[in-house]
Design a protein around this ligand. Structure first.
Ligand SMILES: NS(=O)(=O)c1cc(-c2ccccc2)cc(-c2ccccc2)c1
Ligand SMILES: [Zn+2]
Length: 263
């Protein structure tokens, strides 16, 4: 598809020229604010399977020019939704060293340092991700808000390889690790709403689950992620730093955000 960026002439306010859904309804992210919330007692704890990967299971860590992503094995899936949602990849959105706030979802206008998205597709109904990506029940993304604080040994499992993917389209193999440990402790406390991909083509195909509780990484880990990568290819003469790769909150319109917890 057409080139898109987070700032400048191909920035988010221009996405809808080439990607019409980006200007449509049910867009993500949103500001999760109190007046939108409604407690839903039917929301069950998120149940995930096979997230605890062993070191002999290699994962592909890559720089796709817009984010750092890790490919995930198809045995990983969410088992507590009406259909099985099979894991495809996880990736991050972050700020910059000068502006450390870079989450996509905000909570009562609070923007966190970064955000992780674990992307799954409805493998009961669709044979692969490409067939699912533009269907209203196609995708389920788990969102984890990230703050700077305590060092995360789990994040270190892939961050230690980040200098091998400094430039666009570079990939390295990394040993599997426990992806469950990247999620907050409480999988029963989350926000739920119908939304979209937060990048072009912005298909309104995502069942969003944003966990109530954030996780932490150290300032050095945040700076490693926010300063190590470029969105340009290695051979390009002028390297373009990859940071600030977050879309601003979109209009909620008449959407309600369901919450699985009472207080
Ligand atoms: N932010 S997100 O969760 O809505 C998202 C989902 C997917 C996605 C991935 C697989 C299948 C289907 C959708 C891809 C991206 C993406 C991020 C950076 C650059 C390009 C694409 C972002
Ligand atoms: Zn994302």
């Amino acid at each position: 598809g057409a080139k898109w960026t987070y700032n400048g002439p191909e920035g988010e306010h221009h996405w809808s020229k080439h990607y019409p859904y980006c200007g449509g309804a049910f867009q993500s992210p949103i500001d999760i604010k109190s007046e939108l919330l409604r407690f839903d007692p039917t929301l069950r704890p998120i149940e995930i399977q096979n997230y605890n990967l062993l070191p002999n299971e290699q994962l592909t860590l890559g720089n796709n020019g817009h984010s750092v992503q890790i490919s995930l094995p198809s045995k990983m899936h969410i088992s507590s939704l009406p259909h099985r949602y099979t894991a495809a990849q996880l990736h991050f959105h972050w700020g910059s060293s000068s502006r450390p706030a870079g989450s996509e979802h905000t909570v009562n206008s609070k923007q966190y340092a970064a955000e992780m998205h674990v992307v799954h597709f409805n493998s009961d109904k669709y044979p692969n991700m490409s067939m699912a990506v533009d269907k209203s029940d196609g995708l389920a993304v788990l969102g984890v808000l990230i703050e700077v604080g305590e060092f995360s040994p789990t994040f270190e499992q892939f961050l230690r390889f980040i200098n091998g993917i400094k430039y666009r389209d570079q990939r390295v193999q990394v040993p599997g690790f426990n992806i469950r440990a990247m999620l907050p402790a409480r999988l029963d406390e989350y926000f739920r709403y119908d939304g979209s991909l937060t990048t072009p083509p912005c298909y309104p195909s995502v069942l969003w689950t944003v966990f109530r509780n954030h996780v932490t990484i150290s300032r050095k880990q945040f700076l490693d992620m926010a300063t190590a990568l470029y969105s340009s290819h290695a051979q390009e003469s002028s390297p373009v730093p990859l940071n600030g790769n977050f879309r601003r909150p979109q209009l909620a319109d008449s959407r309600v955000v369901l919450v699985s917890f009472k207080e």
